[in-house]
Design a protein around this ligand. Structure first.
Ligand code: PRX
Length: 665
């Protein structure tokens, strides 16, 4: 209680605190001062297409220049730079060979066990070309979909770039997803190959990857898959299916280190990345090549103010969008040196991040609030892992992504990691947006803890009410983007109707992109604060999950009759999953309930992946429903928080049930 009170107090204090950009930082920044920011915004407001065309010409090498910038004729299926042609891998690699970066380190691979491997741009280029030729040797070609189910590795990034080089569309599936989740994605994408590793190495343990691919393919329905290409990471024992499975090293051996890039249209799908929505199965978010790459490169310059000498480290996994834009493509597109980290923040100790920053002299560090919160806790328990024990003098900029960062965590990050001299960019964006949308610019924007501040130039973000009308600053509403932007989602793979209805709802006029988040702008500054999802999407440790997916997994268990899942605030993970379950048999209690709850957790991990395991499971004879049978989720949210229900329950058919559902198994 005391802790909560002090947090509350700090929150109010910090809300008023403003941190202007350090003068020295601003002096050298790509966008220096608010006037420079406003100038760019004005340019976009005056000549929207001209603004984007200029940036696309300055930041991307086009094989065939575009003449059309934005085509809105088939809205909301927008086309950017439609008649231009390029290759993403050419822009990320060949360009660096030509501009003097050939011998610059592209990737420092920091393995789980602390071993570091470096590759230069020249070496990365050769590896990508060999990999690309290897894919071609298996008959993989432009337009084919390739699933990448790998952990963090140089090979993972190489696999993505190799697909891009030959015009194959990759779909990376996070290594923590289950065989079933993998199978669903393989089927939906109609993929021809899976690129995986024998095992992954995380936190001192070897975990299966290839075995999960085998399991997924054995579930059936994956008839489009011809090849399983396996990178040998640990040398662990795995099964090999003759004719289908092939070692990556054998496949690339003898391939040429030159591979002419496949020139593709700007709208050619660079990748599909599955993410959760409020209903149904995960959506295959389809991204373009030209617009996506433009924004990846440009936001590296604007938001991260990337400079030739920087050592940049984004701790995300390539299985999420952050690992696409800000590991595989953005840093390479601007010729940066980056760390690719295989491990976990707490192995061999919870000072691993700080130790690694010191070891490689990292200057830009980009991580998630969940990681920060768990490391705050860890250093409270063990002072040895506190950032103060490590030399963090190389840092000049910090970033945060994936979920709201609470002001307490922001202040700790600012003081202890950034030593009160590094700006923090709290970057709001989504899988669908392809890159940063609302974020401070480190050399321009005065920072306020807990606010992602202002939209990037050219991003027409606004807050509207349910009818699509603008709301005044200070009033909460729905976050929308009023104009299309180059790196936006192009469609949902296999489901254009769902794309239209999910993101461009008629109620808002059919023209505004609906982000799915609530937001409010500060009365005085106009700064945005994201208030959280307005749909049934949860954000647990920065991982996005649909409540319905977890509910479907639960009801697939033979003993479960009905389930409802809600989020509950959690100090470390932001939100935690709380499941209310009705069994086909009588409601269990005591040890029986505990045992069954444990079984259901394991079940969900198997169905979706360990990240979807409910933290709490509560059993009831029924769920709170209206007379028409609708589950009253708002009541479940209150119960999950452990609060008393003060809302109107007159429409509730079975009020007695509420008492039962207060108990956690
Ligand atoms: O709710 C917002 C939250 O994460 C959602 C997007 O999740 P995903 O597509 O997995 O992408 C995560 C990495 C970009 C958003 O709808 N979110 C992301 N960044 C922030 C955030 N919420 C508040 N502040 C942020 N900086």
């Amino acid at each position: 209680m005391a802790e909560n009170e002090s947090n509350q107090e700090e929150f109010t204090l910090q809300e008023n605190r403003v941190f202007p950009p350090p003068a020295e930082f601003a002096a050298k920044a790509a966008i220096s001062g608010m006037e420079a920011y406003e100038k760019l915004c004005a340019e976009a407001a005056t000549d929207y297409e001209g603004f984007w065309a200029r940036l696309a010409r300055e930041n991307i090498d086009w094989h065939k220049p575009f003449t059309s910038t934005l085509d809105e004729s088939n809205a909301p299926f927008y086309k950017w730079f439609g008649d231009g042609q390029l290759n993403a891998s050419y822009n990320c690699l060949d360009r660096n060979l030509a501009n003097g970066n050939a011998d610059k380190t592209a990737i420092i691979f920091e393995a789980d066990d602390g071993a570091a491997t470096r590759v230069t741009y020249r070496e990365l280029h050769a590896r990508v070309c060999k990999f690309a030729n290897a894919l071609k040797s298996r008959g993989i070609q432009k337009g084919d979909r390739v699933i990448i189910y790998m952990s963090m590795s140089i090979e993972g990034v190489t696999a993505m770039q190799a697909c891009a080089r030959i015009g194959a569309t990759h779909s990376v599936v996070f290594g923590g997803f289950s065989a079933k989740s993998l199978q669903e994605r393989i089927i939906d994408a109609g993929a021809v190959a899976v690129i995986t590793a024998d095992e992954q190495q995380r936190g001192g343990k070897s975990l299966p990857l290839k075995a999960i691919v085998d399991e997924a393919l054995a579930m059936g329905g994956c008839d489009t898959i011809r090849d399983v290409i396996v990178y040998k990471r640990t040398g662990g024992n795995i099964a090999f299916q003759e004719g289908r499975d092939i070692w990556l090293h054998e496949l690339v051996d003898g391939q040429s280190a030159e591979c002419e890039p496949e020139w593709v249209d700007a709208e050619h799908p660079l990748f599909i990345l599955y993410t959760s929505g409020s209903t149904g199965t995960p959506k295959g978010v389809q991204h373009s090549t030209g617009g996506f790459l433009l924004w990846a490169a440009l936001t590296m310059k604007w938001t991260f103010d990337i400079k030739p000498d920087d050592v940049y480290w984004c701790t995300a996994d390539i299985g999420w969008v952050t690992g696409h834009t800000y590991i595989a493509y953005g840093p390479t597109a601007v010729g940066a040196t980056q760390i690719v980290f295989e491990g976990v923040p707490t192995y061999p100790h919870a000072g691993r991040f700080w130790e690694t920053i010191a070891k490689h002299k990292v200057s830009i560090f980009y991580t998630a609030p969940t990681a920060i919160r768990s490391l705050i806790k860890a250093s409270d328990v063990d002072e040895k892992v506190h950032p103060k024990n490590f030399d963090l003098s190389s840092l000049r900029l910090l970033g945060s992504v994936g979920e709201p960062i609470n002001p307490e965590a922001w202040m700790w990050y600012y003081k202890n990691v950034g030593q009160a001299r590094c700006p923090i960019v709290d970057t709001f964006w989504q899988t669908e947006t392809g890159g940063h949308m609302i974020t401070p610019l480190p050399g321009a924007t005065p920072l306020v803890p807990g606010s992602c501040t202002l939209p990037l130039p050219g991003i027409m973000a606004a807050i509207v009410d349910e009818a699509g009308a603008d709301v005044a600053n200070g009033q909460g509403g729905i976050l929308v983007v009023k104009r299309p932007w180059p790196s936006m989602i192009r469609t949902i793979w296999n489901n254009p109707d769902r794309f239209r209805t999910s993101y461009f709802p008629e109620e808002l006029g059919g023209k505004y992109y609906l982000a799915g988040d609530g937001a409010v702008r500060n009365k005085d500054t106009g700064y945005f604060t994201i208030t959280g999802r307005i749909d049934d999407v949860l954000n647990v440790s920065g991982h996005r999950m649909g409540t319905m997916e977890i509910e479907s997994a639960l009801v697939a268990h033979p003993m479960v009759a009905e389930a409802a899942v809600v989020g509950k605030p959690d100090e470390t993970t932001g939100e935690a999953i709380c499941a209310f379950v009705v069994l086909k048999q009588a409601r269990p209690s005591g040890e029986d309930a505990k045992k069954l709850a444990a079984e259901l957790r394991t079940w969900v991990a198997k169905e979706i992946g360990p990240i979807a395991k409910p933290k709490e499971i509560r059993f009831g004879d029924n769920l709170p429903k209206t007379r028409s049978g609708k589950i009253m989720r708002r009541l479940l949210r209150v119960l999950a928080k452990g609060e008393n229900i003060t809302q109107d329950v007159s429409t509730l058919e079975n009020p007695a049930i509420l008492e039962q559902l207060k108990e956690t198994a």
